[in-house]
Design a protein around this ligand. Sequence first.
Ligand code: NOJ
Length: 640
Amino acid sequence: MAKFLSVVLATTSLLFRLHVLEVALSQNAVETSALTHTSIVLPSSSAVVSAVLSATSTNTPLTSIEPSSTLSLTSTITAAPPLTTTTSFNPSSGPFPPVGSFPRDYSPAGLAKLWDVVGPVEVPPITTTVIPQTPIVLPSPPPALYPSFFAVAPEDILPDLKFPEGFFFGVASAAYQVEGAVKDEGKGPSLWDWANRQPGVVVDNTTADVVDLHYYLYKEDVARIAALGVNSHSFSISWGRILPFGAADSPVNQEGIDHYADVIATHLQFNVTPVVTLFHWDPPLALSAYYGGFASPNIVDDYIHYAKTVFTAYNGSVHTWYTFNEPQVFCSELAGFPFNLTLPNGVNSSTAQFQCSYYLLKAHAGAVKAFREMRITGEIAFKSADYVGMPWRANNTEDALAVERHAAFGLGIFADPVYTTGDWPQILKDTLPPDYLPRFTEEESKEILGTADFFAIDAYRTYWNAAPPEGIDACVKDFSNPAWPACNLEVMFDLNGWASGPASDPLSPWLQATPQFLRTSFKEYHRRWPTSKIIFSEFGFTQPFEGTRTPAELFQITEDTERTNYYMTYLGELLLSIHEDGIPVEGAFAWAIMDNAEWNSGLSARFGIQYVNYSSPTLERTYKRSAFALSEFFRQHLQN
Ligand code: NOJ
C-alpha cells in the first residue's frame, strides 16, 4: 500500500514560509491508496517534522433525488428493474482461511464454500443483459469555457497536427471496477471481492458487488462511447468468470466465455476496437486459498492455462492484448493489508512484492510464448506504470541517483527484463538479496526477453525524485528504513515549494496534472525501452471533491473543468511528442469510461468521463464536459 509522507518543510533561508506538502515514498507509490501516513524530515538541515495527514473519506450518502432537467443528458434503459437495496447492504467477511488448507473441490458446493469466505454479496438491481435504445443521441454539448484565453476550445488546440492513421482514441475500464454482478453466471470470487470487505480497506466502505453493473449494461456502455466517436475500449476479462476456481485442472465456465464473446461482438458491431487485458488485479480467490496466489510458483502454470483458454476463445476478434495491468502496483499491493494475510509459508510482507514480480514475469513470458506458438493473430504486451522522474535538486548527484532508483524500482523492474536485458535492473540486484528477489537463470532470461510487441504505459503524472534525507547509501544498508529498498523520494513540488501541477481529488493524493513533463517522459520511455510502437494505455484525473456531490448537484458534477484541462493539455503535448519528438505513439486511452470502484477509494474517487448515479436502480450514466472535450479533440485531430 502507498505510504504517503506528510512533510512540513521549512524551506531554506531563501524562503521563510512553511509549506504543508506531501511526499510519496516512491517505492510504494501505489496509485490507489493513501491509508498509511508517516512523517519525515526533508532536508535534514531545515525541515520540521509535522503532524500526520488523516485519510480523507468522502462517505457522503447519496440521495435519490434527481433534478428532472438533467434527464435529457442521461442514458435510457429499457428494462424497469426493481428498486435496489444498495443503501441497506452491510459488507462484511471473515478472515482469510489458512493458506494451503482449503480443499480443492470443483463442484457447485465447492464454489459456494469459496463464496462463504467472502460473505453475503449484494444482489444487483438488474439481472439480465439490457438492450439499449440505439442509436444514442448525444445531448447538446456544453458551452465553450470562457474566455478562450483561459481554456482553448478542443478543436482549436494545435488544429493542424493530426494523430497517425489508425490511432486508437480509446477509453479504459477494468472488470472488477465496472462489472458488478460479482456472483452471477458462475463467477468465482476474486481476491478483491474478499479484500474490499476487510476493515479499513475501502475508505467509504463500498464494495464492487454492483458498482456500474457493466456486466449487464455493456451494450449501452459501448453504444454510449461509440456515440462520442470513441474508436476503442481497453477492458479486462475477469479470470474468475472464465475459470471460477482459477486452476488449470478446474472446469471452464461456459457462461463466462459466452458473456465476453458477446461483449467483444458488441464492440465490433459498434466499430469500437476491443483491447483486452487478461489480468487487472483481480486474481481468483481460490488460488490464494489453495497456495498463496501470485506469491507462489504455482501461479505460473495456472495463469498460462487461463491465458490460453482466453486466446482460444477470442482469437480473431481481438487484435491487441495485454497480459497484465501495472504489475508493479499489483505486486506491491500484496505486501500490505489485507493481502498480506494471503501469503504462503516462507513469504512475508517484505519479500512478497519481489516473489510476486518474479512469478508474474514468468507467467507473462509463458503466456506470450503460448500466444506466439498458438499463432494468435495480433499483438501482445503488458501495461507498464509509473514514470522516469527528474532530479529534485538540479546538479545534485544524489537526486540524480534517486531518479535512477525510482526508474528501476518503478518501471525498470518489469520493463528491463522484457524489453532490454532479460534481467532485473542492476540497482535492484545490488539492493535486494536473492531471498527477496529471486535471480533469473540464463534460460529464464532468454524466455522473458522480447516478450512484448509494443510498449504500453499508464502515464498519469511525472514528478521529481530526491534522495532520502539520510542519503541513499545509508538507506540501502538499512532494511528498517521506511524508504528501503527503493531509497528515493517522490517529490510533487519544486524547490520553492510550488506544486508540479494542479491537485486532483484528496482521495488520489498521488495525482497532480503535469502536462509540462509529458514530452520528456515519453522521450525517456522510448530511449530506455525502445519499441516501434507505444500505446498511452491510461491517463486520467479525479475532479477535486466530485465524490462528495449528490445527484442533485449533477450540473456541477458534469462541469469537470480540471479533468477537461488535464485531458486537453495532455493530448496537445502528446501531439507534439509525436510530431516534434518523433515518438511513435499509436493510441491514447482515457481512464475511465465512467465512474467506477477505485480500489481502496471505493466509489468516492471518481475518474469517469461519465457520471454514474449509484443511488438510482438504473445506474444512469451522464456525460461530463470532459467526454465532449475528448470527442471534439479527436474529431479535429484524427485523420479522415
Ligand atoms: C491505473 C489502474 O490501472 C486503474 O485500475 C486505476 O483505477 C487507475 N490507475 C486510477 O487510479
